[in-house]
Every structure is written in C-alpha cells, then in structure tokens.
Design a protein around this ligand. Structure first.
Ligand code: TPP
Ligand code: MG
Length: 393
C-alpha cells in the first residue's frame, strides 16, 4: 500500500464510451480521501460521484446492476428509518441503526454467493437484506417477542450476535469445517472497530491464519464504539493488524458501494482458492446514535457528523447514476413508491406480531431440556402468579 498526499491524488473520470485503461498502463494511483499521513482508501466512486479507477480492484457493472445496488441501499435505509421510528413510538424496545453504513453492507453483501455463510453482529440489516432475510424478521428480537427471528440455515445468515466479537470465532470454526468438507464456499464475519479489541477477534485471526480458513473478516470501522473513539482502540490503522497475524489486510472506502463490492469479492475468491483469510477494514461512519438508547451529542461534535454527510454513500451513487444516464426520473420515483410500501408493510407486520407465551424463553435452552431450566421456569411462573394475585386483591 502506498500513501499519497491529498494533493497527489489523481482521479480518472470514466465516461460511458471511454476506453478503459488498466491502472498499471495508465499509471493511475489509488485514490484516497484520508488526510495527510493517513493510509489511503481503496475507492472507485468519489464522494462527488465520480468514477475512479483502481489497478487491482476495478469492476465492471451494468447499469442494471448499479441501479440494483442503489435500490438495495435506499430500501435498507428506509427500513432502518422505519425501525427507528417504531422504537420511538414504543413498538420496539431498542434499535441499532445502520445509517451511513449502507454501502459497506450492501457492497459486501452483494459480493456473496448463496452458499457462502454470514456471521453478523447486531447492525447488519443491509447484509440481511442481501441474503433475502425478510426484514420484518429482524425486528422480533428488538420488540422482545423472540430470541432470534429467523432460521440461520434458510439464508446462510446466522442470528445477530450481541456479544462483541464472538461471531468471529463461530465464523472461523465454521470456515475450518467447510474446508474439511471440501466445499468451495466461503464465510464472512462482520464486526466493529470496538470489537477488534476483543480477545475473540484476535483468537479467530490466529486460528484462521494458521488453518488457512476460508473466511473474510469484514470490520466496519464506523469510528465509534458507543462513546469510545477509534483512537482509543488502536495505535495503527486496523487493517494493518492482519499483517501481524500473517494474512492480508485492506482498507476500503466504506461509503463506496462499488469499492466494497470489489474488495469483498476479491477476498472471497482468495478464500475459495484456499489462500486463507483477509481482513477488510471498511472505513465508514455511524451517522446515528449507537442505539436508540444512546445520545451521541454527549460525546461527539456535530461538525464531525456533518463532514461525513458529504460522503453519503447513497448520494454519491445517485450522482453517478444521473451523470452517466444510468437511471431516469421514473426509476427514482418508482423506488420512492417502493420505499413507502416497504415502510407501511414493516409498520403493519410489527404491530401485528403475536405476543409469545412468557415461558417460551425457556424452551430452546437445551435440545432435550435440563433440570435447572425446569426449576427456573417454575420459579418464573410463580413470580408471574404473584402479580396475578396482586391484581386480584
Ligand atoms: C463482550 C461485550 N462487551 C461489551 C458489550 C457492550 N457493547 C455493546 S455494543 C458495544 C460497542 C461496539 O462497538 P463496535 O464494535 O465499534 O461496533 P458498532 O456498535 O460501532 O457497530 C459495546 C461495548 C458487549 N455487547 N459485548
Ligand atoms: Mg464502531
């Protein structure tokens, strides 16, 4: 990776009819939007929506594919906004918004094959969308009516994991397993900048490297772990940590859906070839609060958020689609109507979610039951009954 100053950046505008040049022959440098001294980001679409080339990671997508990525991001953002509103109306207990991280999630999610397996955190609503998980199923846990909400094996999308970093170990073990089975599929584990400090993540790096496991570690560096800034997690850019474990790491512009797609696709292919893990650091920003229980105005400046607004992942793809004539007004209008329909559907489904039996939470702790769980169930029933007595008095 080379580091170049902002002044030395070179962008190559790619008009629809222009002959594509390879990075090497054109001498095109990787572009970056990081400040001086910061490592560059792999980028294919600037914040202004200009297409730039990259010698290693360039991709060719049809207008239809580009519109598809845009649609995914818009609908995911709409779903997310709807969920936040539902929490504010008391319909959900909590929500963890993905606002600002749509490109990282849709780009990496669309790089996956159906037979690949995903191990998410609690914020991967865009990846769930790409896997075909019904978005309303994501809301049950946040409403407190179930403990998961979907069958992980239906879409190869594991349940949300709240315990930071634990899923990286699950992913590594799963990847080691499919390698033993001789499968050519790959595994991807999502985690955050804060989770990168967890022992689990570092242990999974060791195991996956030593066993050449077909796993991609996709770290969304959204700059914050609740109120802890990235500076308190690391002395080096996160992607550089991979080197110490013996596998490659790359930093991609996490607000550039094209770059996220290209980089993840490359890493997955590498894993399939039996060349082991890759760490992708998607450099992005958490535009909303950590969750609906958090108030970020207590610990970060408005100016920081405003600076990231200019790098919005959806606006930059929209600018590109418009400037290249890849989408017309009718496309944007239809998508707006589709967003409205999705929002209405989500609201209706959530409000109609059945309230489970109070004891359902004890049902699947052990496959064959357990005496201790039986005891706890009985205690809980007695506790519930004490309320009923109180009401009766
Ligand atoms: C093992 C563990 N420790 C602490 C927590 C509490 N916790 C939940 S989210 C969070 C911050 C995570 O930050 P990051 O990994 O950057 O992910 P982000 O929420 O920014 O997507 C913490 C400390 C937890 N869930 N699990
Ligand atoms: Mg974070």
């Amino acid at each position: 990776m080379t580091v170049e100053s902002t002044a030395a950046r070179k962008t190559t505008r790619r008009s629809s009819g222009a002959k594509r040049t390879t990075g090497a022959s054109a001498g095109v440098k990787k572009t970056a939007e990081a400040g001086p001294g910061e490592p560059e980001l792999i980028q294919l679409l600037t914040p202004e929506g200009e297409r730039v080339q990259h010698p290693e990671y360039d991709i060719d997508l049809s207008a239809e594919e580009l519109r598809g990525l845009y649609r995914d991001m818009v609908l995911t953002r709409r779903f997310d906004a709807e969920a936040t509103a539902l929490q504010r109306q008391g319909e959900l207990g909590l929500w963890a918004s993905l606002l600002g991280q749509e490109a990282a999630q849709i780009g990496s999610g669309r790089a996956l094959r159906d037979d690949d397996y995903v191990f998410p955190t609690y914020r991967e609503h865009g990846v769930a969308w790409c896997r075909g998980v019904d978005p309303t199923n994501l809301l049950g846990m946040f409403r407190g009516v179930n403990n998961g909400g979907w069958d992980p094996n239906s879409n190869n999308f594991h349940l949300y994991t709240i315990v930071l970093g634990a899923q990286t170990l699950h992913a590594t073990g799963y990847a080691m397993g499919i390698a033993k089975d001789g499968a050519d599929s790959a595994v991807i584990a999502y985690f955050g900048d804060g989770a990168s400090s967890q022992g689990d993540v570092n242990e999974s790096f060791v195991f996956s490297a030593v066993y050449n496991a077909p796993v991609v570690f996709f770290c969304q560096n959204n700059q914050w772990a609740i109120s802890e800034p990235i500076e308190k997690q690391t002395r080096v850019p996160l992607y550089q940590r991979a080197r110490g474990f013996g596998f490659p790491g790359v930093r991609v512009d996490g607000n550039d859906v094209l770059a996220c797609l290209a980089v993840t696709r490359t890493a997955l292919e590498r894993a399939r070839r039996g060349e082991g893990p890759t760490l992708i650091e998607a450099y992005t920003y958490r535009m909303a609060a950590h969750t609906t229980s958090d108030d970020p105005t207590r610990y970060r400046r408005d100016a920081e958020r405003e600076a990231w607004e200019a790098k919005d992942p959806i606006l930059r793809l929209k600018a590109y689609l418009e400037s290249e004539g890849h989408a017309d007004a009718a496309f944007f209008e239809e998508l707006e109507a589709e967003s409205e329909t999705l929002g209405k559907h989500v609201r209706e489904v959530v409000r109609a979610m059945p309230v489970p039996e109070h004891t359902a939470m004890f049902d699947n702790v052990y496959a064959d039951g357990h005496a201790l769980v039986d005891e706890e169930r009985a205690q809980f029933l007695a506790y519930q009954a004490s309320f009923a007595d109180g009401e009766a008095e």
